[in-house]
Design a binder for this molecule. Structure first.
Ligand code: THU
Length: 133
């Protein structure tokens, strides 16, 4: 059981590290890779893709989740984000993670592979969610 969990976590981090190789960040030079694990075991990854019109930049977490949702996946159990400095997801990404994943485990990883674990509910307390009936 524990072994299986570790393999999944390692695979998720590896996918985020791989995606990070494709970053397009000529403006900030801040390189971010992310990967999300679906409830059925698939992994989708993504990187940040910047734009000279700055606010059109896509964050890595959003890229990964958008890829997964657009391929028909909607249940997620874990997300990994890799940067040099082990930075946490930005506020906008926290909102997107909460919207699409609910309360999942978020692995925040630095360039040395050091992992910090946090729940998405804790990253975004008192989260906004539209209640429509
Ligand atoms: N970035 C991400 O990809 N994810 C985050 O959670 C924080 C910020 C990207 C956006 C931009 O390309 C660069 O990092 C600097 O903000």
């Amino acid at each position: 059981m524990t072994g299986k969990k570790i393999v999944k976590q390692d695979a998720l981090i590896k996918a985020a590290q791989e995606a990070r190789k494709h970053v397009y960040a000529p403006f900030s030079k801040y390189r971010v890779g992310a990967a999300v694990l679906t409830s059925t075991g698939e992994i989708f990854s993504g990187c940040n893709v910047e734009n000279s019109s700055y606010r059109l930049t896509n964050c890595a977490e959003v890229t990964a989740l958008t890829k997964a949702v657009s391929e028909g996946y909607s249940k997620f159990v874990k997300l990994a984000v890799v940067t040099d400095d082990g930075g946490y997801p930005c506020g906008a990404c926290r909102q997107v993670i909460w919207e699409l994943c609910g309360d999942i485990e978020v692995l925040v990883v630095d360039k040395k592979g050091r992992v910090k674990k946090e729940r998405s509910a804790k990253l975004l307390p008192h989260a906004f969610k539209l209640n429509v009936t």
